[in-house]
Ligand binder design. Structure first.
Ligand code: BTN
Length: 315
């Protein structure tokens, strides 16, 4: 644990603790305590100092390693100010995983990745970018359900913290007021020799607030979940807890009820993009199966089940 983390652990209950006591407990000089408090204030912690001692009044709303690590004391947690991609980091770490799962969270991604090799715009200070590295052995029968499961967990977390109710676009996007507010990229790490998926990386990107600058081409497409600052740490912790709980509850697939109820494609006419043949067709979205597949009816009346791919719908 870093000195900052040790100090925050002592102050966490809101107790007033003198500089002398903190210095003794951490085996540091009072000057070192003062410097650490000053550094924490820089990070957004509100800590008051009176004659009686120091008191933690408020944790920062911005991404903060201490808050995330404290919520998952037995897991591996990496928190970055900036990184290429949390999914890329999670994949690199897979061989070293010794805990139940590992978490990678960043305030900025220089190479945020979306589905089909697209870029996921990941500006600093306005979004949340996280990945969960999870052993796949208990999940091999449910691989197609992992993205819907994560979408529902994300949906529930956003509703819990903002009161807003996003729509879910099969298979991996959340929309609010007609604009995309988040995306999910689930990747598998396969052991080629034994032909088995060993780990899953569930990557989630959320546009939390309006970014300072949005590229012109994204202005009509990208939305965000809150007009007022919200605690990004609480959001991250809530999302992760909900994803992990739902993974542990499999084969329970009750989450599919929410997935269907909040779908913005069911009952609508959609354009289906077939990436393999680089073609599109129009169809009506009828249902989502218990395997997470989308059932559509083509214009000629034939029914097709989509296992993966992308649909667009006029919102
Ligand atoms: C999509 O919209 O196609 C999926 C976007 C997924 C973005 C998240 S952000 C965290 C994680 N790291 C990445 O590089 N991508 C995912």
């Amino acid at each position: 644990m870093t000195t900052k983390q040790q100090l925050l652990t002592l102050l966490k209950n809101g107790d007033v603790i003198s500089g002398v006591t903190l210095a003794q407990k951490l085996n540091l000089s009072r000057n070192a305590i003062w410097k650490t408090i000053a550094a924490l204030k820089e990070e957004g912690f509100v800590i008051t100092a009176t004659k009686q001692g120091y008191q933690l009044q408020q944790q920062p709303l911005t991404l903060n390693a201490h808050s995330i690590k404290e919520a998952f004391p037995n897991q591996t947690v990496f928190v970055y100010d900036a990184i290429d991609s949390t999914n890329t980091q999670a994949k690199k770490y897979a061989d070293q995983l010794t805990t139940d799962f590992a978490i990678f969270v960043s305030d900025y991604q220089s190479n945020g990745r979306g589905r089909y090799n697209r870029t996921f715009f990941s500006p600093k200070g306005s979004g949340l970018y996280l990945s969960i590295l999870y052993p796949a052995k208990s999940l091999t029968d449910y691989i197609h359900l992992i993205t819907p499961l994560a979408a529902v967990a994300l949906h529930q977390a956003i509703t819990e913290l903002t009161g807003k109710i996003p729509g879910i676009k099969w298979v991996n996007d959340l929309f609010l007021d007609g604009k995309k507010i988040s995306g999910i990229l689930t990747e598998a790490i396969t052991n080629v020799e034994i032909g088995q998926i060993q780990y899953l990386v569930i990557g989630i990107g959320v546009n939390v607030q309006q970014p300072e600058k949005l590229p012109q081409e994204l202005i009509d497409i990208v939305g965000y979940i809150s007009d007022v600052p919200i605690n990004v740490n609480t959001l991250a912790i809530t999302i992760i807890n909900r994803v992990i709980t739902a993974l542990q509850q499999l084969p329970n697939i009750d989450f599919l009820n929410d997935y269907r109820n909040h779908s913005i494609v069911l009952g609508k006419t959609v354009t289906v993009q077939n990436r393999a043949t680089d073609s599109t067709f129009i169809a009506k979205a009828l249902d989502i199966t218990n395997s997470g597949h989308l059932i559509v009816e083509k214009l000629d009346g034939t029914i097709e089940q989509l296992f993966y791919g992308e649909v667009s719908v006029k919102i």
